[in-house]
Design a protein around this ligand. Structure first.
Ligand code: PEP
Ligand code: MG
Length: 848
């Protein structure tokens, strides 16, 4: 056992004392600022991280000298002061120094009730937190008098420890300091703060302050005040005050009748009305705090016999929308520069503002959880098929589409649903990608549910069964699934949001485009100020009603002439799609990816669907079944898709190219002759020759269209780098490409040999066990996939210096991945429309 050694290690907080956040913690520094502002802060002493560490180690500060600073017989509070308040720390201890003698004196000066209350509070917290006695023994019924409770508490202490309650203030203080110092070093506290981002060696400071009592004669009490609403961010005076109270009692008291709201309420009593001068002083202090501390603070105050004391000030805890309002308002008021407002907002928190959000104040009846795949909250009736989702939408009833996993034919159902829940899948599975693209809240990989498609119901591991038509709520921001309907907060795209994003754009130096497949996506992308479309997945245009039938006719065509006929019917539809996209994007670049998925995705998979198709095509069922079987592949994601399809059935790309060029001519005419320059992107390239073959055909289509129409236009042809070989051979490939767009979804899938549609099943285990630091479909794997990106970018640029480089996989909207792209000189990132603001802000922060 180490010998106790007295050392100092404390500093009286004065205007000039050396107090720093990284030596004494945020609370000590903040109190020094309040003292410098001449606010009525009681005498305060700060113990440094080093001192607290030594105390935890068995040494002890010179408590007699420390006590001496506070005059005779002080009552003290001790509170934690960590570097970042979010890292937590032991709870405050109040009324240190209370003993029998002080109790007798205070009974005379402040009355028995007040004196009993002060002593009881100290005995309770000392017994539980310092002596570590059973808390139940120090809990008392509401109807027990304070005097009786005090007597019982002192007796319980004696019973449990065989010693009377310590009477010596120096002993009390030393024990309180020791217990708080040790609590910080405990394993649970350490793990908790590390989970909040604290470094392993994070220190704790302690603040010892003279108590302002808040109980006793005259106007006495304690409360808090702030100048902003913590949920909406709206400026308003807000607070609570409780008579005959200490510390943060007013907050805990809730709606008890004693609570006095700071502004007049219906009962007619308020601090403002009863003590106008104190109220005015509190408002003055709060306003000055905002300006001088450059932050919205909640001040904590005590009134002792009509005299105001400022005990503390803490940053107002706030919602994402309040944080944005506060930052913009501080910059508008010239309290902080615009660049600082931009850096104060966590990019990911913006997603909360773009979607309806489950009101955090409401109760939640959790039934299961999955992967939070697309943010926002949605409530609706559970439905189990896309047809039911569409029917529900037609009736105007919000619904949640529940599927094992989604397939391309579910897109219309997903569009119709308020939210999507799948049992399988991960961050880049079909459901997740589509839901993020269309801004529908989505939870995937909810592997604890079991769906009965026949019974139209699902059951959770907790044994809750949800039948079709019953209302559930999804929280796509947290991955929670709740029973029943939840209260929602509306999206907050207000002037504050727009202004912050404008400031962000003025700092940003990497482009941000959107992945947009439909006119609705494109409009959303424009709304969020995307600088163009970086990926239009054209296959999504073929799943709609009539088109699906024509598409199937094309797939079933026996002779080239039949195929040409079907394609000629698809051509005007595609042309109209592209004209609309060009119109919406108003001259901004639009990058159109040629057809990518395997053909069988367009075919029915069950008997009923096959029969329907046979009828529609007027073919025998056996023919249709045979053809579908022929088209099915063992491993379709590595099979005949992307450019492989383009080379094998070139007529499809020919039709798409023609539609793009004809739309280009039309859109240029509509823009008064201003040139529209489309970008055409070829998917799944792995060899230079693939690019050459496709380029030759597309150039030929362009020449034919120019010839037929007599109109001139240009276009840019580029490729997607989404196979490892394309990254390695990017030099060869870039020779024929105006741009290289890295499709990091497929590239991640192929680099790891990890199916993007199945990884959800084990991803949690893998991340928990540290096999992967994060889900690589979510955060770019910088070490592996990142190396391929770096190699591809370098080789592509070396061969073709003017080549445009971008990322259009899901990672394009991820702040860490954007940092990687920026560091490697990429020109832009492209992400789902709803992530465009996140990407703009993250990119701006990298440049500040
Ligand atoms: C990719 O693979 O990263 C990509 C953008 O294409 P898709 O997600 O459509 O396969
Ligand atoms: Mg891909």
């Amino acid at each position: 056992m180490q010998q106790a050694v007295d050392f100092k290690g404390f500093t009286r907080i004065r205007r000039v004392a050396a107090i720093a956040v990284n030596t004494h913690g945020g609370r000590a520094k903040c109190l020094q600022r309040l003292i410098r502002l001449d606010f009525p802060v009681p005498e305060t002493v700060a113990l440094s991280f080093d001192a607290v560490h030594r105390i935890a180690d068995g040494q002890m500060t010179d408590v007699d000298t420390l006590l001496g600073i506070f005059g005779t017989k002080p009552l003290l509070s001790v509170r934690p002061s960590s570097e970042d308040p979010d890292w937590g720390g032991p709870g405050a201890m109040l009324n240190v120094g209370m003993n029998d003698a002080r109790h007798a004196e205070l009974t005379q000066s402040h009355g028995a009730e007040a004196a009993d209350g002060l002593y009881l509070r100290f005995v309770q917290s000392y017994s539980v937190h310092v002596a570590r006695l059973d808390p139940d023994m120090f809990e008392f019924d509401k109807d027990a008098t304070t005097a009786a409770a005090l007597k019982t508490a002192l007796a319980a202490y004696m019973d449990e420890t065989d010693e009377p309650f310590p009477q010596e203030p120096a002993v009390q203080l030393a024990e309180v300091l020791r217990s708080m110092a040790r609590a910080w070093e405990g394993t649970t506290a350490r793990l908790l703060r590390q989970a909040k981002g604290a470094p392993a060696e994070a220190g704790l400071g302690l603040v010892v302050q003279a108590m302002a009592l808040g109980v006793g004669p005259g106007e006495s009490g304690a409360g808090v005040m702030q100048l902003v609403d913590e949920v909406s961010g709206a400026p308003l005076i807000k607070g609570r005050y409780l008579r005959q109270a200490q510390g943060r009692d007013a907050m805990a008291a809730g709606a008890q009748t004693q609570v006095m709201f700071l502004t007049r309420d219906k009962r007619g009593s308020s601090l403002e009305a009863d003590c106008p001068e104190i109220f005015a002083e509190l408002v003055r202090i709060s306003k000055l705090c905002r300006v001088k501390l450059r932050e919205e603070m909640q001040i904590e105050f005590t009134i002792e016999n009509g005299k105001l004391a400022l005990i503390d000030a803490v940053r107002v805890q706030r919602s994402a929308r309040a944080a944005l309002h506060v930052a913009v308002d501080l910059a508008r008021d010239n309290i902080i520069p615009k660049s600082e407002a931009v850096t104060r907002i966590a990019p990911r928190s913006l997603t909360e503002l773009l979607h309806p959000q489950i009101d955090p104040r409401g109760s939640r009846s959790l039934i299961t959880t999955g992967i939070a795949a697309s943010p926002g909250g949605a409530s609706g009736k559970a439905v189990f098929t896309s047809a039911a989702a569409q029917a529900s939408a037609a009736r105007g009833e919000p619904c949640i589409l529940v599927r094992r996993e989604t397939a391309p034919e579910d897109i219309r159902g997903m569009h119709s649903a308020a939210g999507v829940l799948t049992e399988r899948g991960g961050m880049s599975s079909h459901a997740a990608v589509i839901a993020r693209g269309i801004g529908v809240p989505c939870v995937v990989g909810a592997s604890e549910i079991s769906i009965s498609m026949r019974g139209h119901a699902f059951t959770t591991a907790r044994g809750v069964t949800i039948k079709e038509g019953e209302i559930i709520t999804l929280d796509g921001t947290t991955g929670q699934v709740l029973a029943g309907e939840a209260d929602m907060l509306a999206p907050a795209l207000d002037d504050h949001f727009v202004e912050l994003m404008d400031w962000a754009d003025s700092f940003r130096d990497i482009g941000v485009r959107a992945n947009a497949d439909t006119p609705k996506d494109a409009a959303t992308a424009r709304n969020f100020s995307a600088e163009g479309i970086g990926l239009c997945r054209t296959e999504h245009m073929f799943f709609d009603g009539d088109r699906l039938t024509v598409m199937r006719e094309m797939i079933f065509a026996k002779a080239p002439a039949d195929r040409a006929e079907a394609l000629s019917r698809l051509l005007p539809m595609q042309r109209a799609d592209f004209i609309e996209l060009f119109q919406i994007m108003q001259g901004l670049p639009v990058c159109i990816r040629l057809f990518d998925p395997p053909l069988h995705e367009f075919l029915p998979h069950d008997r009923a669907g096959l029969r329907e198709l046979a009828e529609a095509l007027d073919l025998p069922l056996s023919d249709v079944t045979r053809r579908v079987e022929y088209l099915s592949e063992f491993n379709p994601m590595l099979g005949m898709r992307g450019v492989r399809l383009g080379i094998t059935i070139p007529e499809i790309y020919d039709m798409q190219a023609r539609a793009i060029f004809e739309a280009t001519i039309e859109a240029s005419t509509q823009r008064g002759g201003e040139a529209v320059v489309p970008e055409i992107m070829v998917p799944l390239i792995s060899a230079k020759r693939e690019v050459e073959l496709v380029k030759t055909r597309i150039d030929a289509v362009a020449a034919a269209v120019r010839n037929e129409t007599g109109k001139q236009f240009t276009y840019r042809l580029g490729v997607m780098v989404e196979t490892p070989r394309a990254a390695l051979r990017a030099g060869d490939i870039a020779a024929n490409a105006a741009f290289l767009s890295f499709g990091t979804n497929d590239l991640t899938q192929m680099t790891y040999g990890l199916s993007r549609d199945d990884a959800g099943r084990f991803m949690n285990t893998y991340v928990q066990q540290g096999v992967y630091p994060e889900d690589p479909f979510h955060v770019l794997d910088v070490e592996g996939v990142g190396e391929l990106l770096a190699i591809g970018a370098e080789r592509g640029r070396a061969r073709h210096p003017g080549v445009t480089l971008s990322v259009c996989g899901e990672h394009g909207g991820n702040p860490e991945s954007i940092a990687f792209c920026r560091a490697h000189g990429f020109d832009y990132v492209s992400c789902s429309p709803y992530r465009v603001p996140v990407a703009r802000l993250a990119a701006a922060q990298l440049a500040i």
